[in-house]
Design a protein around this ligand. Structure first.
Ligand code: URA
Length: 299
């Protein structure tokens, strides 16, 4: 292979490897993530990562070999889903590629929402920092069975630092109450945590910079079901380019943790503009309620 190509490949591999560690909650090589909490939902025995043997003390004269490159485990994508590399949200490479990243079935990570918020800090990982007022991290029950994910903060959210508090948020609150839950029962977050100027759709570099934090929030909460509100949320969560009109109302597996289901439905801001679509959204929400009550299985 051309040495330049080989070098490029090595850089890609090293970057992926570092991303993998960062998604596992490690902030530096050799450092462990937050200590295990008693009430944690972690099932250590199901960890996909084998415990590392303690390194042997070496005499000063011994040459210590460089750390081994451990390839990422790969898990095959569920076949029933259409979110393949060709239909990825991002032109290349797919967020998940043809295999699910090792976050799938991630029971070994034990970080809390507070850990994730701390790591996010005063984020400047994408250009949105320069126009935002407040980061909108997300709020709600850290042990929620149900999460709602929107696209990104609007003006009211930017001003208050809270998700879904404007007109669309008021409709979302009504949607939650319509299925006999309260806002405090669920967890509400967005794909991007800083407001895109003029409420434009988040750009792919912004989504790529921010979404690891959402993935980590999902892994920390481990809901039974995520309601993806609108195209950007659904496409980012399912790594697909298929539109919401086709996907809404159909349960999907969340590719990173397929035991978590995703119900795509219309965004409340869209429902405010197109009230005739509320009937379909209500059909979707009834499925959400029935699933949470154990009355139906995801088809
Ligand atoms: N729209 C979103 O997608 N998220 C919010 O938090 C508010 C409006």
């Amino acid at each position: 292979m051309d040495p330049r190509e080989e070098l490029k490949e090595l850089i890609v591999q090293a970057r992926e490897h570092l991303l993998y560690f960062s998604e596992l909650g490690l902030t530096s090589i050799g450092e462990r993530s937050a200590p295990v909490e008693a009430e944690s939902k972690v099932e250590a025995q199901a960890s996909p990562v084998a415990p590392e043997p303690r390194p042997q003390e070496s005499p000063a004269s011994t040459i210590i070999p460089p750390p081994q490159f451990v390839p990422k485990p790969t898990i095959t994508m569920p076949t029933k889903k259409e979110n393949t590399a060709e239909t990825s949200l991002f032109d290349e490479p797919s967020l998940f590629g043809e295999t699910v990243a090792p976050m799938a079935g991630l029971q070994s990570v034990n970080e809390t929402l507070e850990d994730i918020r701390r790591d996010l800090g005063d984020c400047r990982r994408c250009k949105l920092w320069s126009t935002r007022t407040n980061i909108v991290f997300g709020e709600g029950n850290p042990k929620a069975e149900l999460m709602f994910i929107g696209e990104g903060p609007g003006a009211d959210e930017d001003a208050t630092g809270r998700p879904f508090v404007g007109r669309a948020g008021q409709l979302l609150t009504k949607m939650i109450e319509a299925i006999d839950l309260k806002r405090e029962d669920v967890y509400i977050a967005n794909v991007v945590k800083s407001r895109p100027p003029g409420n434009r759709t988040p750009e792919s570099d912004e989504v790529k910079a921010c979404i690891p934090f959402l993935f980590r929030q999902i892994a920390a909460i481990r809901p039974k079901l995520i309601v993806a509100l609108g195209n950007p949320a659904m496409q980012a969560l399912l790594d697909t380019k298929i539109g919401i009109t086709k996907m809404r109302g159909h349960f999907q597996d969340y590719p990173r943790m397929p035991e978590i289901k995703v119900m795509p439905t219309f965004h409340p801001a869209y429902l405010l503009r197109s009230p005739d679509k509320k009937r379909e959204a209500w059909e979707d929400l009834k499925k959400v309620r029935a699933f949470l009550r154990g009355e139906i299985a995801p088809e």
